[in-house]
Ligand binder design. Structure first.
Ligand code: COA
Length: 351
């Protein structure tokens, strides 16, 4: 039976470290508040003159390609997960193909728009392509340049202190080894909560959800706009989050997603060598750990250093766990995600 394995992994984070104390100079917040509520101590912000989501993704991809010991021209498909693309369109998939100088291969490039669950969704898609025999070397990237779209004033503090920039990538290949690879993936969504964690404008909604005046959309139906002066003036061009609401669902859906992955494959929480939860908030990860009665050594967190890097967070944590020697061949690893949409899911794999 063919399944996919992670043959190479790598990550890239920008050099610039932004501490909680740095944020204190921009908005009314405190290191104490941020650490107590989220566990975050610092995050990275990309260098605007040189870096984008695509370039960071490309740097991570180069490391994954080297780790997998393949030639970049062997890649036969690209999946790119992000909520902060360089352009509205085309997506980062084609841009990273060009950045890696493999565009002349004309391989397909797919963008995944599932926010914090983007990596798990992308992994599931890539896994199906490998299992079907269609592709043999898939490059899967999760990358975010959040710092380009955050309200860095007191008005946006509940969101902006949480997010950071970064990228990570994996190379997926087929394996027939029954003791290695992706055992299963599980994807879920509930669109009834779409606006509870969302980046609504600019967008093509045109006020159709009864909020025409709030966003300043013109009455003339042929006057087409994604962005209005009112959106800019009223600060409506930033992500918004109903923090308590998100927290409540996250602490239910994360454990459920992990249990679905384990029970499908005949395992229980104590069998896990490592749980890598999406790094949404350290308090959420700790809640999930307690719910599943996992030991400290069974859960990996690095949100303290990077904040929430959304689509990059799971592969960034996995890559650091691998680099630190925490992951051994044959280890049972669960990746679990929850975020905007709401979307959530999990993947169970043997390293
Ligand atoms: N610094 C200081 N004070 C802040 C602040 C900040 N960065 N952000 C908000 N506050 C204030 C609020 O204005 C509020 O003040 P008030 O009591 O005077 O009105 C107070 O702190 C409490 O705010 P509240 O939103 O109730 O805090 P909370 O305990 O819910 O924590 C989050 C806020 C965002 C940390 C928390 O809701 C959370 O983690 N939610 C999940 C978010 C998440 O994981 N998102 C990603 C999912 S993928």
């Amino acid at each position: 039976m063919i399944r996919s394995k992670i043959a190479g992994i790598g990550h890239y984070v920008p050099e610039k470290v932004i501490t909680n104390h740095d944020l204190e100079r921009l908005m009314e917040t405190s290191d104490e508040w941020i650490q107590e509520r989220t566990g975050i101590q610092e995050r990275r912000f990309g260098n605007r003159a040189e870096e984008t989501t695509t370039t960071m993704g490309a740097r991570a991809a180069e490391k994954a390609i080297e780790h997998a010991d393949i030639d970049k021209n062997d890649i036969d498909f690209i999946v790119f997960a992000t909520l902060s693309p360089d352009y509205f369109f085309p997506g980062c998939g084609v841009l990273v193909q060009r950045e890696l100088d493999i565009a002349s291969t004309e391989i397909g490039a797919l963008d995944v728009r599932n926010q914090c669950s983007g990596f798990v969704y992308g992994l599931s898609v890539a896994d199906q392509f490998i299992r079907s025999g269609m592709y043999k070397n898939i490059l899967l990237i999760g990358a975010e340049m959040h710092s380009m779209g955050l309200d860095m004033t007191t008005r946006g503090r509940d969101v902006s202190v949480i997010f950071g920039d970064g990228a990570a990538a994996v190379i997926l290949q087929p394996t027939e080894d029954s003791d290695q690879g992706v055992l299963s993936t599980h994807l879920h969504a509930d669109g009834r909560h779409a606006e509870e964690l969302a980046f609504i404008s600019p967008g093509s909604h045109g006020g159709r959800y009864g909020e025409k005046e709030k966003y300043g959309f013109p009455d003339n139906e042929f006057e087409s706009v994604f962005i209005t002066r009112k959106m800019i003036d009223d600060g409506l061009i930033y992500p918004n989050m109903n923090g308590k609401y998100v927290f409540k669902y996250a602490v239910q859906k994360f454990p459920a997603a992990v249990m679905e992955a384990l029970t499908t494959n005949g395992y229980k929480p104590s069998d896990l060598d490592l749980l890598i939860p999406h790094q949404a908030n350290l308090r959420i990860s700790q809640f999930v750990q307690r719910t599943l009665r996992l030991e400290d050594h069974q859960v990996f967190n690095n949100i303290q250093k990077y904040g929430n890097t959304t689509a990059a967070s799971i592969p960034l944590a996995l890559s650091e766990a691998v680099d630190s020697g925490k992951v051994k061949r044959g280890d049972l690893i669960c990746l679990a995600a929850f975020g905007s949409g709401f979307t959530w899911g999990s993947a169970l794999l043997k390293w």
